[in-house]
Design a protein around this ligand. Structure first.
Ligand SMILES: CCCCCCCC/C=C\CCCCCCCC(=O)SCCNC(=O)CCNC(=O)[C@H](O)C(C)(C)COP(=O)(O)OP(=O)(O)OC[C@H]1O[C@@H](n2cnc3c(N)ncnc32)[C@H](O)[C@@H]1OP(=O)(O)O
Length: 254
C-alpha cells in the first residue's frame, strides 16, 4: 500500500500526462501533441530486463514509500502534456534566439535522452525522492550500449545519469532549472551492466542558484565510483510552475 503522499505524487505525475493509464497496466501507445507515437509506459516500474538485484532494490525502496517519507518518481519517454507545453513555451521564450534555431518538425520526435534506448540496452533506472531530506536516490542499471573502455561504462553515460538525478532533485526543489555547472570526479571505473546507487542531495539554495551534490556507489556501498557537484540556475523566479506542489500535493485523478 502506498503512503498518501506517494500516491499523490504518482497521481500528480500521471496527471501531468492527461489520460495516462494506471502505472502497473500501461495502455497502448498514444501521443497527445503530435502524430508521433511515444510509449506511455512508466519506465520506472519493473521490466523483464531488470536484474534480480535491481528488482530487489526497487522493492526495498517501495517499502520505504509506504509511510510517505520516500516517493517513487514515475518516468516516461516524453512529457507531452498541455502543462509541459506551457513549460516548453516558457523555455523557448527564455531563449528566443536559440528557439528560432530549433527545427520544429524534429521537435515532435523529441524524447528524453535517458529513455530513448531499447529496454535493457541503455539506461534502466528508477528514482526515489525524500522531501524532508531533499534527497533523490537513483537505482541505475546500465546496459551494454553504454560501454566506453571495454567492459566499463562510458563516462558520458555516467555523467548523463548524474545530471538526470541531480537535475530531478533541483527541478523538484526549485522549479524550472538548467544545469550551469557539473563537476565530476571519476574515482573508479564502473563495470558494464552493473547496478549502482546515485545518491543526490540538495545542499543549498542561494537566490536562483541551487547546489546539488551526489555520489555513485556500489549497491553494498563498499565502492565509491564517482563524486559530483552541480549548480542549477532557476529560470522562473517570477513565473512559478509549482512543480514541487505538482509532484507532492496534487490529488491523483479519480
Ligand atoms: C510542468 C511540467 C514539467 C515537468 C518536468 C519534470 C520532468 C523532467 C523530466 C526529465 C528531466 C530530467 C532532468 C534532466 C536535467 C538535465 C538538465 C540539463 O542538462 S540542462 C542542459 C545543459 N545546460 C544548458 O544548456 C544551460 C546553458 N546555460 C544557460 O542557458 C545559462 O547560462 C543559464 C540559464 C544556466 C544561466 O543564464 P541566466 O542568464 O539565466 O543567468 P545568469 O545571470 O547568467 O546567472 C545567474 C547567476 O548564476 C551564476 N552562474 C551562471 N552560470 C554559472 C556557472 N557556470 N558557474 C558559476 N556561476 C554561474 C551567475 O554568475 C549569476 O550569479 P549572480 O546572480 O550574479 O550571483
Amino acid at each position: 500500500m502506498l503512503g498518501r503522499c506517494a500516491a499523490r505524487a504518482l497521481g500528480a505525475l500521471r496527471g501531468l500526462r492527461e489520460g495516462a493509464p494506471p502505472a502497473r497496466s500501461p495502455g497502448p501507445s498514444r501521443r497527445l501533441l503530435s502524430s508521433e507515437k511515444v510509449s506511455e509506459k512508466d519506465h520506472s516500474l519493473p521490466k523483464p530486463c531488470w536484474s534480480k538485484d535491481m528488482r530487489l532494490l526497487f522493492d526495498q525502496f517501495m517499502k520505504k514509500c509506504e509511510d510517505g517519507s520516500w516517493i517513487h518518481l514515475p518516468s516516461y519517454e516524453d512529457i507531452a502534456t498541455q502543462r509541459s507545453q506551457d513549460f516548453s513555451t516558457f523555455i523557448h521564450a527564455y531563449f528566443p534566439t536559440a528557439s528560432e534555431q530549433i527545427n520544429k518538425e524534429k521537435l515532435s520526435q523529441g524524447r528524453i535522452f535517458t529513455r530513448s534506448f531499447e529496454d535493457g540496452l541503455g539506461f534502466e533506472y528508477v528514482m526515489f525522492y525524500n522531501d524532508a531530506e531533499k534527497r533523490i536516490v537513483c537505482v541505475f542499471q546500465g546496459g551494454p550500449h553504454l560501454q566506453g573502455m571495454p567492459g566499463f561504462f562510458h563516462g558520458g553515460a555516467i555523467a548523463t545519469m548524474i545530471d538526470a538525478t541531480v537535475g530531478m532533485n533541483a527541478i523538484v526543489s526549485g522549479g524550472i532549472v538548467m544545469t550551469a555547472n557539473l563537476n565530476i570526479n571519476f574515482k573508479r571505473p564502473i563495470p558494464l551492466c552493473s547496478i549502482v546507487l546515485i545518491n543526490s542531495q540538495l545542499d543549498k539554495i542561494e537566490g536562483r542558484k541551487l547546489l546539488v551534490s551526489c555520489n555513485v556507489q556500489s549497491v553494498d556501498e563498499k565502492i565509491l565510483y564517482t563524486e559530483a557537484t552541480s549548480l542549477f540556475i532557476k529560470l522562473n523566479p517570477e513565473k512559478e510552475f509549482h512543480i514541487k506542489e505538482l509532484v507532492l500535493n496534487s490529488a491523483p485523478p479519480a
